[in-house]
Design a protein around this ligand. Sequence first.
Ligand code: ATP
Ligand code: MG
Length: 233
Amino acid sequence: MTEARAPLLEARALRKDYWLPGKGRIEVLRGLDLALHEGEVVALLGKSGAGKSTLLHVLGTLDEPSAGEVFFEGEPLFGRDEAELARFRNHTIGFVFQSHHLLPDFSALENTMMPLLVRREERRRAERAAREILERVGLGHRLDHRPGELSGGEQQRVALARALATRPRILLADEPTGNLDPKTGKEVQDLLLELNRELGITALVVTHNESLARDFPRRLYMEGGRIVERSAL
Ligand SMILES: Nc1ncnc2c1ncn2[C@@H]1O[C@H](COP(=O)(O)OP(=O)(O)OP(=O)(O)O)[C@@H](O)[C@H]1O
Ligand SMILES: [Mg+2]
């Protein structure tokens, strides 16, 4: 019998509190458990303010939990030093932020190449990979445009391309289709599902759109600072 493999990414008893001077403590994550297995593509739903972005930031090690732990392939992440975590993020995680965080002075192509250059890939190869993924998200004709010269939805697609350019093991995407019209939103989501099938990228995708979420084989809801699984809706 083969030994059961650890989940690719796992959160155990995760808590995140915010202290606001004069306003007290907000408990956003309240003992949350979550396991993502290799190759899964999962939708994360929940009301505004439920803590979806907070959870993604902690899972992606961009923010520390107040208590609890996140494991990658069974190994705890938060004991590692910042250089190790930065390497983990660059090599393993693709992050699409709710506000896309593109660099304003760089073109779509340069923004998409950035994480590849950070990991010291040769410029020509980085450019080829970035161009390829931008074409996949339908932006082959906007390579030289800066974020300010792109529509909101186009900026979001550049952010998605940037997250995917490194072929990450895990994609954490915070409403990657939030600013898109229904047709483009569906196209971007289909692309995500396709890349999951083709490349085996494990993905956790925040969405407010119940009908788009139905395309996901697994759906999670954030409620009361925890995860509720409702795959059979
Ligand atoms: N840096 C912070 N300091 C204090 N409180 C914060 C901070 N970031 C988030 N919060 C609070 O944590 C709660 C959850 O925020 P979060 O951004 O995770 O929600 P969300 O589920 O992503 O919402 P939305 O769907 O609107 O994006 C909110 O009530 C918010 O006020
Ligand atoms: Mg959010």
